[in-house]
Design a protein around this ligand. Structure first.
Ligand SMILES: [Zn+2]
Length: 456
C-alpha cells in the first residue's frame, strides 16, 4: 500500500494540494487545493451531482447559506449535543480528544458512551502518557462544543452569536416546505446539497482526511415511516455503485454498521462505508436513518407546519428521512490513494495515477517533440482546448514529460514530431495505462479521442 508520505509529496510537487497559509508557517489542519487539485475535486463533485441529482427524477438541489439563525442549531440538538470530551496536558499544554488518547494507548478499550468521570479514571489508572511530551499529567476531561462560533456586526454582543454550519442537513430541513411547494415533488424525494461545513475539533491530521472546514455532498431523502428499511438498503447499494463511478478501489472498502451506543442523537440506524487508508480503516461515507427527528423539532420550535399530505389518502404526517453523506475532501483523498500505482518499466519505477478518465485533472496533454514544433502543436491544442480538459507541455525531454503526465494521471498524451508537418499530418497518441502509441491523422483526432474518453 502506498504511504501517505508519497501521496502528500506528489500532491505538493504536482500542484494538487498545498499546506494552507504556507508562507506564514501554515495553519494547523488547513489545506489549499492547487490547479490540479481543484480540477480533480470539481470533477468528483460534478460526477456526484450528475449521479445523485441530475440523472434522477426524485432528487432536487439546494445551495443554502452557511450562516443560519442560531435557533436552527438549538432545535437540531447541536448546541446541546455536538460535543467532544477533551483533556489538556499539564506539562506541554497540548490538547487531545479523551477518546483518541485512550483508544490509541489502550488496546481493545471502547470509550463510546462513557461518562467524563469514567474517562478520567481510565486515563489516571492506566497512567496514560502525553503523546507529545511523555508526561502523564492531564487536566480533568472537559466538554467542548464543536460548532464554530462567530458574530454578526462590528460591535459584537453575545446576542449576536451565530454558528458556521456543522452539517449541511439542517438547511435541507428548514427549506423542506419551500422545496416541496416549488418542485411539486411527491414522497419519496430528496434534497441534495454540496458545500462547506465546519467543526471546531481536535483532529489527528492525516492530510485532507479530517480538517476543520470540509466539503460535503449529501442529501436528505424524505419517505413515509414504514418504508425506511427498503430505502436504507437501496441507498447503500447506490452508494456502492458511486464508488466505482468515482474510481475508489472497492477492494479497499467495507461496510460497518454502527452499534446502539455510537449512534448519533438523531439516528436510529447508521452504516459507514469505510476505506482502508495507510492510517487504518476510516469512515469515508455515512448512511443514516434520521427518523422524523429533525422535521419534528423544527416544526415544534418554529411553529411552522412541516407536515406532508399524501395525495392519495389525504393523510397528513411528518416525513421520515434517510441521509446519505459523502465527504468531498475525503473522496479526493480516497481517489488519490486508489489511483496511485508504481510500476517497473525498463528497470525504472514509473509512478502513474490511474484516475478514471473523467476524473483526471487533464484528459489530454499536447506535447511538441521539439520547440520548433510549438506553433503546429498550438494549432492542434486550440482545436481540442474547448472540448476537453487539456494541458500544453513543451518543457523538458519527451520522456520527462510522459513521466510528469503519468504522475498527474493524464489519460492521453498527443505528441507532434517532424513527420507530422513534413509527411503524414498525423500525431502519436500515447495511452497512460498501456503506454501503447497510436498514429492518428489530425483530422481524425477529435473522433478518436471522443471514442476513447466516452464511457470513461
Ligand atoms: Zn504533554
Amino acid at each position: 500500500m502506498v504511504t501517505m508520505e508519497k501521496v502528500v509529496s506528489l500532491c505538493k510537487r504536482r500542484g494538487f494540494v498545498f499546506q494552507g497559509s504556507e508562507i506564514y508557517g501554515g495553519l494547523a489542519n488547513t489545506w489549499d487545493y492547487g490547479p490540479l487539485g481543484v480540477e480533480l475535486k470539481n470533477n468528483i463533485q460534478q460526477a456526484w451531482w450528475k449521479f445523485f441529482v441530475k440523472d434522477r427524477a426524485d432528487v432536487v438541489g439546494l445551495d443554502a447559506a452557511v450562516l443560519m439563525n442560531p435557533k436552527v442549531w438549538e432545535a437540531s440538538g447541536h448546541v446541546a449535543n455536538f460535543n467532544d470530551a477533551q483533556v489538556d496536558c499539564l506539562q506541554c499544554k497540548s490538547r487531545f480528544r479523551a477518546d483518541h488518547l485512550i483508544e490509541d494507548t489502550l488496546e481493545n478499550v471502547k470509550v463510546e458512551g462513557l461518562s467524563l468521570t469514567d474517562l478520567d479514571k481510565l486515563i489516571e489508572q492506566n497512567k496514560i502518557k502525553c503523546p507529545k511530551c511523555g508526561q502523564a499529567k492531564f487536566t480533568k476531561t472537559r466538554v467542548f462544543n464543536l460548532l464554530f462560533k462567530t458574530n454578526i456586526g462590528p460591535l459584537a454582543a453575545d446576542s449576536d452569536d451565530v454558528f458556521l454550519r456543522g452539517e449541511l442537513a439542517q438547511s435541507m430541513f428548514t427549506n423542506f416546505k419551500n422545496v416541496l411547494n416549488t418542485s411539486r415533488k411527491k414522497l419519496p424525494f430528496g434534497i441534495a446539497q454540496v458545500g462547506k461545513a465546519f467543526r471546531n475539533e481536535i483532529t489527528p491530521g492525516n492530510f485532507i482526511f479530517r480538517t476543520l472546514e470540509f466539503d460535503l455532498m449529501e442529501f436528505e431523502y424524505f419517505i413515509p415511516e414504514n418504508e425506511w428499511e427498503k430505502h436504507f438498503d437501496y441507498w447503500m447499494t447506490e452508494m456502492e455503485k458511486w464508488l466505482d463511478t468515482a474510481g475508489i478501489d472497492r477492494s479497499r472498502t467495507r461496510i460497518r454498521q454502527h452499534s446502539e451506543d455510537e449512534l448519533s442523537h438523531y439516528s436510529k440506524k447508521t452504516a459507514d462505508i469505510e476505506f482502508e487508508t495507510p492510517f487504518g480503516w476510516k469512515e469515508l461515507y455515512g448512511l443514516a436513518y434520521r427518523t422524523d427527528f429533525d422535521l419534528k423539532n423544527h416544526m415544534e420550535k418554529s411553529g411552522v407546519d412541516l407536515t406532508y399530505m399524501d395525495p392519495h389518502t389525504n393523510e397528513k404526517f411528518i416525513p421520515h428521512v434517510i441521509e446519505p453523506t459523502f465527504g468531498l475532501s475525503r473522496s479526493v483523498l480516497m481517489v488519490l490513494l486508489s489511483a496511485y500505482h508504481e510500476e517497473e518499466v525498463d528497470g525504472e519505477t514509473r509512478v502513474v495515477m490511474k484516475f478514471k478518465k473523467n476524473m483526471a485533472p487533464y484528459q489530454i496533454a499536447v506535447l511538441p517533440l521539439v520547440n520548433k514544433l510549438n506553433d503546429a502543436a498550438t494549432e492542434v491544442w486550440e482545436k481540442l482546448r474547448t472540448s476537453y480538459s487539456t494541458d500544453f507541455d513543451s518543457s523538458g525531454s519527451i520522456g520527462k514529460r510522459y513521466r510528469r503526465h503519468d504522475e498527474i494521471g493524464t489519460p492521453y498524451c498527443i505528441t507532434l514530431d517532424y513527420e507530422t508537418i513534413e509527411k503524414d499530418q498525423a500525431v502519436t497518441v500515447r495511452d497512460r495505462d498501456t503506454m501503447k502509441q497510436d498514429r492518428i491523422k489530425i483530422t481524425q483526432l477529435d473522433k478518436y479521442l471522443k471514442e476513447k474518453l466516452s464511457g470513461a
